[in-house]
Ligand binder design. Sequence first.
Ligand SMILES: Nc1ncnc2c1ncn2[C@@H]1O[C@H](COP(=O)(O)OP(=O)(O)OP(=O)(O)O)[C@@H](O)[C@H]1O
Ligand SMILES: [Mg+2]
Length: 381
Amino acid sequence: MSGPTKKPNLRRVGQPQPIQADALLGALPHPLLVIGEGLTIVYANTAAEDFFQMSAGVLCRRSLTDMVAFGSPLIALVEQVQRNGTTVNEYAVDLGSFRFEAPKLVDLYGGPVSEMPGRVLIMLQQRSMAQMIERQLTHRGAARSVSGLAAVLAHEIKNPLSGIRGAAQLLEAERTDSDRTLTQLICAESDRICKLVDRMEIFGDERPLQREPVNIHDVLDHVKQIALTGFARQIKFVENYDPSLPPVPGSRDKLIQVFLNLVKNAAEAIGEERADGQITLTTSFRPGVRLSVPGSQARVSLPLEIAVEDNGAGVPTDLMPHLFDPFITTKPSGTGLGLALVAKIIGDHGGIIECDSRPRFTVFRALMPMAESEASQGRQA
Ligand SMILES: Nc1ncnc2c1ncn2[C@@H]1O[C@H](COP(=O)(O)OP(=O)(O)OP(=O)(O)O)[C@@H](O)[C@H]1O
Ligand SMILES: [Mg+2]
């Protein structure tokens, strides 16, 4: 081991030492590009050289369209920033380039450069495939661990419970008012346990999914109606639908369950006292999103994205790694089965669910496959 090294002075009092912008940007671990008119690349940092496996000199003579496939979400993002002059973020997009053997899944951040009109700064943050697959598998594992237990509970609890409830009802008829309060309590509590067991029973349902083409906008509208007449009366709903989204192959009832759970959580995170609560329902078609299937060369395409966003308190950071596990709850009367159920149903549909959250912004995104017939009918998935 060498002894302590003297750190170089970055700034001397009264004489600020110029810091080379290039050196700073070169040290940044994320690829950074500046795009000029005609989509030409005018700047690339060291991480971008590594990412595209090309020197900055060569990169800067090229157009972005040479680097990524036609229709890549990256080009759409740059054009959007140029058009609107605002910052745009996109998550988990596949750059769709012929230059990469494996899919490059990235989060994209784009924004205008105020001192250089017409130029757009792009930062790419690479997502590891492992990160997405691991999450997907964890959700499925978690759901599976409940399923055996659920089957046992259904038999062993529901039957005696209905006996208890029936007996309480018989007693109720011939008792005084104060006794009646107690028998009603027995009935109400039995119903509560029964509901919990019903919910868990769904995990034990290993039957293959009956699929039909489901219009997801109908599903979301239905969920919104339920929410607005009940638990989300005070909340504003914003719809951001891609009207050309193809149908989702799946079970309408189960998908309603999924989005009802997500919207209910969103409403609960906003709380009843907030006046500016807002839930945004978004659907979009993202042909770029692909996932490797563990243990095989196959890649599944998950181009249908359905997102539920809220401006509530946000998911507590320590909860994040366990969010989709069963029995995880921060609510006094929550079962903590809502998101585990969501993960199971989405998994049964061949999709994945993920969450991004910070205070006043939480989004749950379900990425789903589209029907094979649709995919072969010209829609590129
Ligand atoms: N949109 C959200 N914003 C903030 N936190 C959330 C959100 N959705 C879920 N959570 C957190 O995740 C936990 C688990 O959610 P889940 O739906 O699984 O159970 P629950 O809502 O607590 O109970 P139940 O669904 O049975 O009513 C919640 O208790 C909450 O802390
Ligand atoms: Mg819930």
